[in-house]
Write a protein that binds this ligand. Structure first.
Ligand code: PEP
Ligand code: MG
Length: 748
């Protein structure tokens, strides 16, 4: 049955009937071939409505009159879930929505599948039978295959205008400003290029199965060869996490399960290309409900690979298509795999806009390595923009402008130019030391998490890595890295740091840092929940493994470890004990111990402020995590946009605390530094220096501004000025400090 059904559908598509007539012909073919009394096609219209477009068996007067909302009735449920459904007794289903105008009351069984195109449902095809009937798996699959063809007919634009397929906001041609999430900073101005699968499968039914299997084998081997070339030729620095991601991608390309399923689809009578498309549809449908960010990322990898395989099976001219691209490409995509980005000429890429993803998604990491501004999570953007329209990607402010007017473009050109000049200016600071005008040297270090970040050590002449967030490499991996893998990661970090010190902070997961493979504990208040050192102490083997990997990675060289979220001195003592146990273990194993070991605590829980004397007797250094410390001091969520800015770090309370910590550390002769975001803001950094801090660690993009500030500052007058601020009763001292900077020529 499936092969004959497919062959007849193919004949309809090859004929010259219009789109609506094709639907009519297809419903009668399906009804006949599947021995169903009814076959109907519903098309998704604007406003999340499914409208009956063609039917065999229901009343013809219902066509274009019967409508269901997505989610309403069984048909609406199939669309909402993007999954096939088959029911022997549909009418008894709680979601059955009776439509009297269709005359469907006499039909009991129902089977329907979504029309899926690029992971989106654009309609539903349903068969119904009068008598209770169990639809076979094979029948469901056959209908899914036909649904692929129908989805193309719907998307073709003859049934519904393109405007109607756009999200209906009524201003399709007006300039639009859309908000998203920053995946990479920077400004990109250019021409929209819609990244979408370039291959439409026209030939569905195989004439000769052996020949199709052979075509698949050949295409797979060509694809592997081409991928190797692509990955080798991509001129991003090797050795970073992005390299690992691309390697993982290469492994998925060889995934035997995926290829076997394509083989099975060919065996059911499909051409190789239709089989690739079908297996992708299956994966997309199965994964459409998945919210897990890591698993969602896998869908993009498969979409990327399927597209690539189709290129080898049916494609010609893809290269020439790519060559026609403008030289200021702003790519707009629903989602994208990491290797797909590399298909585009890097010199032409000015920006990337994605509907989905997260800042740790693979394509975002690769884009960062290429230094392309990226805004993600821009809902519906791919449907709101036409190829060739002007776009501005403002990564700094997580916004995208579609069809911006002349004036807007001029403003952004100016900012982009200024940004470029500023960056070039900062680069020239590299060789200059971070020394104040009165000769005080400030140690500026960077906060890092990915290997790519370490490149900034050289760029900006930083003194070292003041905070290496070990959880970041855990977050971009598919499973918990074992000791050996961790050791390799840390060893690479040490190697890249080229002799500069690196403070490895042990795993700080929980809160906003979610590991894709770690089940969310469903805590109401995860920032104050089971996170960081609490997990490490409750699961000592986990922390011990990490410490073991760090000791081995140090390979006899210096090692600096710090423990996050210490709330009581006893927690530091316990963590330190685990470290000692691992050192002993290393001795027994005959491995080298770190040449120099320094062990510190992060100061980010207010309770620890009141245990400083006991703590300072035991630590080698302290690093103030101002992000968490401030959120707990003010009881104000660091990630909540509504409370952001409500309390200012430059307030008397904070200044007094920071000053007090510094005085106590000085008395105990324990080095102290600040590694939260505060240190990266030039004015805040100036205040820290005024309080006596001489060591700060900040995110790399802030380096230039902070170094510039330091080189224009004279500490003496600032210290005197600040003496009066500690006892001030103003709630906010930012304006006072800004006035000082202005009056004393400090560049902030
Ligand atoms: C902090 O809390 O200030 C800090 C540096 O750690 P993180 O931002 O990783 O929580
Ligand atoms: Mg923190």
């Amino acid at each position: 049955m499936p092969r004959r059904l497919l062959a007849r559908v193919r004949d309809v598509m090859a004929g010259d009937a219009g789109a609506e007539e094709r639907l009519n012909q297809v419903v009668s073919i399906i009804a006949a071939e599947m021995s169903a009394e009814v076959c109907s096609i519903y098309v998704r219209r604007a406003g999340e409505v499914l409208e009956l477009f063609a039917t065999q068996g229901l009343k013809q007067s219902a066509v274009h009159n019967t409508r269901l909302r997505v989610g309403e009735g069984l048909v609406g449920e199939i669309a909402a879930r993007a999954k096939p459904s088959s029911l022997t007794d549909a009418q008894s289903h709680p979601n059955f929505a009776y439509r009297p105008e269709t005359g469907e009351e006499i039909y009991h069984s129902l089977m329907g599948v979504p029309l899926l195109r690029s992971g989106r449902v654009n309609g539903v095809v349903v068969v119904q039978n009068r008598s209770p009937r169990e639809y076979e798996e094979e029948e469901v699959e056959a209908l899914q295959t036909v649904a692929m063809v129908l989805a193309e007919v719907v998307a073709g634009g003859d049934l519904l205008s393109r405007e109607e397929q756009l999200p209906a906001d009524g201003n399709a041609l007006l300039p639009l400003r859309l908000e998203g999430v920053q995946f990479n900073a920077g400004i990109g101005i250019g021409t929209a290029v819609l990244h979408q699968p370039r291959y439409v499968v026209e030939n569905l039914v195989a004439e000769d199965l052996d020949a199709e299997h052979a075509r698949l084998r050949e295409a797979v081997s060509e694809m592997h060869g081409a991928l190797d070339t692509l990955l080798q030729a991509s001129d991003i620095a090797t050795g970073g996490d992005h390299t690992e991601i691309l390697e993982t991608y290469r492994m998925i390309a060889e995934d035997a399960g995926w290829l076997a399923r394509i083989g099975e689809a060919i065996a059911s009578g499909l051409t190789a290309e239709a089989a690739v498309q079908k297996v992708l549809n299956d994966i997309q449908a199965r994964m459409s409900q998945v919210t897990d960010p890591y698993l969602r990322e896998r869908i993009h990898d498969f979409e990327d690979l399927a597209d690539r395989l189709l290129q080898h099976l049916v494609g010609s001219g893809s290269d020439s298509e790519l060559q026609k691209l403008p030289d200021d490409v702003v790519l707009v995509a629903r989602s994208m795999g990491p290797a797909q980005l590399l298909d585009y000429d890097r010199r032409c890429l000015k920006g990337l806009v994605l509907e989905e993803g997260s800042s740790t998604s693979h394509v975002a990491i690769v884009a960062r390595a290429l230094d392309i501004p990226v805004v993600g999570c821009v809902q519906g953007v791919a449907g709101m923009i036409e190829e060739g329209e002007p776009v501005i990607v403002d990564g700094d402010n997580a916004q995208v402008f579609i069809r911006p007017g002349e004036e807007m473009r001029r403003i952004f050109f100016r900012s982009a130019k200024a940004l470029g000049q500023r960056k070039a200016g900062y680069a020239s600071l590299r060789e200059l030391r971070a020394v104040t005008r009165d000769g005080e040297r400030i140690s500026i270090q960077i906060n890092a998490g990915l290997l790519i970040d370490l490149e900034h050590l050289k760029d900006m002449g930083a003194a070292g890595v003041g905070l290496y967030r070990t959880e970041v490499p855990f977050m971009v991996r598919s499973q918990f890295p074992d000791v050996e893998t961790q050791q390799k990661i840390y060893a690479r970090v040490i190697e890249q740091a080229a002799g500069k010190p690196v403070a490895f902070r042990t795993l700080d997961v929980g809160g906003d840092k979610v590991l894709p493979y770690w089940r969310d504990a469903g805590e109401e208040n995860p920032a104050m929940g089971w996170r960081a050192i609490r997990i490490g102490l409750d699961r000592p083997s986990l922390l011990r493994q990490q410490l073991r990997a760090l000791i081995r990675a140090a390979a006899g060289g210096p090692l600096c470890v710090m423990f996050p979220m210490i709330a009581e001195v006893s927690e530091f003592i316990a963590a330190r004990k685990l470290l000692d146990m691992e050192l002993e273990r290393e001795v027994k194993r005959g491995g080298p111990l770190p040449g120099e070991l320094s062990v510190g605590a992060m100061m980010e829980v207010p309770a620890l402020l009141f245990q400083l004397p006991a703590l300072l007797r035991r630590v080698d250094f302290i690093s103030i995590g101002s992000n968490d410390l401030l959120q707990f001091l003010f009881a104000s969520d660091r990630g909540n946009a509504r409370t952001a800015g409500r309390y200012d770090p430059l307030s008397p309370a904070v200044l007094r605390i920071f000053r007090d910590v510094l005085v106590q550390c000085r008395q105990a002769d324990v080095p102290v530094s600040v590694c939260g975001e505060m240190a990266g803001n030039p004015l805040d950094a100036m205040a820290l220096i005024g309080m006596g801090y001489r060591s700060i660690s900040l995110s790399p993009p802030s380096m230039g501004q902070v170094k510039t500030m330091i080189r224009s500052l004279e500490i003496g007058p600032l210290e005197t000025y600040m003496e009066n601020l500690y006892q001030s009763d103003h709630r906010n001292l930012r304006e006072n400090l800004r006035a000082f900077a202005r009056d004393h020529g400090v560049k902030i």
